[in-house]
Design a protein around this ligand. Structure first.
Ligand code: PGA
Length: 248
């Protein structure tokens, strides 16, 4: 890992998985682990936010409402998330962009809501295979990022994490090669650099998409890959720990 400057981050996205027993087993299993050189984050479903707590890892939600409160049945505000002890929120995950039709504009509003509450957004961007093969990869990612930059301002990216997650690699067992990941991460950093060099240098850009214990080290060894956003492999403690150790 390149970064003296950038502290690696490994975030686990449990998606709609897990139960109280799993949350308690992770809390216990992480006790006494020394992962001093990275930030570890676990993002369970809302119902388990209160059940995970540790000196070793932080906790995050998987989405939030763009509103503070009010008549929004089923929604959970950033204030409520914070009150559960969470510090992060995953936003713009491709599953929500697809299943809940979340647009770049809506995601930008959610980023704003998080920042207002002092929560750190983990902003996910990433392309489908169709987009990659059409030759529009970089334009597509630029659009996803630019809408958020224009809405919250580049200064807000001091308090954000970005995750590059190619959709074709999520839950498929297909991983971007380290070179493919590095190419896109360098592109994202260069794009941010146009607005603010220091912020671009300091922001953690995570790779997500079928990261496992066996491929983490090589991916995280790339110059602009500052850790990972882990789905399936974050549900198995030993596997997730191996990934954390690869970043540490
Ligand atoms: P995966 O998911 O690690 O299971 O591919 C990654 C993600 O969706 O964040």
């Amino acid at each position: 890992m390149q970064s003296q400057k950038r502290r690696p981050v490994v975030a686990g996205n449990w998606k709609m998985n897990g139960d109280l027993a799993l949350a308690e087993s992770f809390t216990t299993a992480f006790e006494g682990q020394t992962l001093d050189n990275i930030d570890v984050i676990l993002c369970p479903p809302f119902t388990l936010l209160n059940s995970l707590s540790s000196d070793v890892f932080s906790v995050g939600a998987q989405t939030c409402s763009e509103y503070d409160n009010g008549a929004h049945t089923g929604e959970v505000s950033c204030g409520m998330i914070k009150a559960c002890g969470a510090q992060y929120v995953i936003l713009g995950h491709s599953e929500r962009r697809t299943d809940q039709a979340e647009s770049n504009q809506l995601i930008a509003k959610k980023v704003e809501a998080c920042l207002k509450e002092g929560l750190t957004p983990i902003l996910c961007i990433g392309e489908s295979l169709e987009v990659r093969e059409s030759g529009e990869l970089f334009n597509f990612l630029e659009e996803q990022l630019t809408v958020v930059i224009e809405h919250v301002g580049i200064e807000s990216f001091r308090n954000m994490v970005i995750a590059y997650e190619p959709i074709w690699a999520i839950g498929t067992g297909l991983t971007a090669s380290p070179e493919q990941a590095q190419e896109v991460h360098a592109f994202i950093r260069a794009l941010l650099k146009k607005s603010n060099e220091a912020i671009a240098e300091n922001i953690a850009i995570l790779y997500g998409g079928s990261v496992k214990g066996s491929n983490a080290k090589e991916l995280f060894g790339q110059e602009d890959v500052d850790g990972g956003l882990i789905g399936g492999a974050s549900l198995k403690f030993e596997e997730f720990l191996t990934i954390c150790q690869a970043a540490n």
